[in-house]
Design a protein around this ligand. Structure first.
Ligand SMILES: [Zn+2]
Length: 308
C-alpha cells in the first residue's frame, strides 16, 4: 500500500499538455504501474500571483484537465472522495487519485467557494504557498491568519476538506491551533530539528499535529531533508522518521513526496521509487508494521477520521 499526500504533477502536466498515462515527469501511470494499491494526491498548484477571477479560472482549467486525464485513463485510475472509493479502485487493480489544492487563493476571498471545492472532490487545501493570500501568509512572510482565514478554516472543516499547514509560517500555525477543531495535516513537510529550513515543522508543531490526530507527509525535497542539500539521500528520510517516532508520531508519519514540485535525491525521482523507500526503511531496521503505517496505513486511518 502506497499513499502519497502531495505532488504537483497535474499542474505541470497541464502546462506541458502532457498525459498522465506516460510522460517524462516523476509521476505517471506507467511509472506507478508496479505499485500495488497506490493512492496519489494530485494538488492543483495556485501561483501566488493570481487573485480573484484569475485564480478561479486557473483552478477551473486545471480541474478540467485533471478530469480529462482520469477519463482518458479510466481503466487504470479513478478519483477517490472517500476511503471506500480508494478501496474500490484498489479492488479493481486501479490507482486512486486524491484531489487537493495548494494555495488558498483558490477561494478568491469567497467562503461559498469552499462548498464548490468540496463538490469537486477536493480533499485537502494547503492554506498558503510561500507568499500571502486572502487566508494567511506563507513562510517567506510574517503575518498570521486573517479574519477571513479563520472563517475559511471553519468552513473547510464543515465541508470535510482537511486543512494543510505545509508552507504556512509559524504565526499562521499558532493562529490555526487556536481556531481549528478537527485534525489537520502537513502534506509535505519535515522536521526543523533535523534540517533547519523554515518549510519544516518545529518539534512542538509536529507534536501538536500528532496530539490532534493529524498527519505529516515526509517531503523528498533535498533542501528539506538535509542542511547540506547536496548530501541529501535515503539516510535523511530515516533521520526525520526516527525523530518523528521519538516525538510520539508513530501514527502520524506518512509520505508527502512533492513529486514534480521540487528537486529530490537520486533514487527518489520517480513514483516507482516509493517501493525503494519502503525497502530501505525495512532494511534500516524499522518494523514491518511500522513501515506499512508510514507508507500508507497512517494516511488511510487519517482519511477515515476526516472523511467518514
Ligand atoms: Zn509545496
Amino acid at each position: 500500500m502506497y499513499v502519497d499526500l502531495h505532488s504537483d504533477t497535474i499542474t505541470v502536466l497541464n502546462q506541458n499538455k502532457g498525459s498522465l498515462a506516460r510522460n517524462g515527469l516523476m509521476v505517471s501511470l506507467e511509472k506507478g504501474a508496479a505499485l500495488k494499491d497506490w493512492a496519489q494526491t494530485y494538488a492543483i498548484f495556485m501561483p501566488d500571483s493570481l487573485r480573484g477571477a484569475e485564480a478561479v479560472a486557473f483552478y477551473e482549467d486545471n480541474l478540467a484537465f485533471f478530469r480529462r486525464q482520469l477519463e482518458e485513463n479510466r481503466s487504470r485510475i479513478s478519483q477517490a472522495r472517500n476511503l471506500d472509493e480508494i478501496q474500490r479502485a484498489w479492488g479493481r487493480g486501479a490507482s486512486a487519485a486524491i484531489l487537493a489544492v495548494e494555495g488558498g487563493s483558490v477561494l478568491a476571498g469567497d467562503l461559498s467557494r469552499v462548498e464548490r471545492l468540496a463538490e469537486d472532490g477536493v480533499k485537502f487545501l494547503t492554506l498558503t504557498w510561500n507568499g500571502k493570500n486572502e487566508i494567511a501568509s506563507g513562510n517567506v512572510t510574517q503575518e498570521g491568519l486573517s479574519g477571513f482565514g479563520r472563517d475559511a478554516v471553519k468552513e473547510l472543516e464543515k465541508r470535510g476538506i482537511a486543512v494543510d499547514v505545509s508552507h504556512l509560517n509559524d504565526k499562521g500555525f499558532d493562529d490555526l491551533v487556536h481556531c481549528a477543531k478537527k485534525p489537520f495535516m502537513a502534506t509535505h513537510s519535515n522536521l526543523r530539528a533535523v534540517c533547519g529550513h523554515k518549510r519544516n515543522l518545529t518539534d512542538d508543531q509536529f507534536k501538536e499535529i500528532v496530539r490532534r490526530g493529524g498527519i505529516v507527509g515526509i517531503n523528498f525535497c533535498k533542501a528539506f531533508l538535509n542542511d547540506d542539500k547536496e548530501k541529501a539521500g535515503f539516510p535523511d528520510l530515516l533521520r526525520h522518521i526516527e525523530r518523528m517516532l521519538a516525538l510520539g508520531g508513530e501514527d502520524a508519519i506518512a509520505m508527502g513526496s512533492d513529486f514534480d514540485g521540487t528537486t529530490v535525491p537520486e533514487g527518489m525521482g520517480s513514483v516507482e521509487n516509493l517501493a525503494d523507500v519502503e525497502s530501505y526503511l525495512l532494511q534500516a531496521g524499522l518494523g514491518e508494521k511500522q513501515v506499512e503505517k508510514i507508507m500508507g496505513g497512517n494516511a488511510c486511518a487519517f482519511l477515515r477520521r476526516m472523511w467518514d
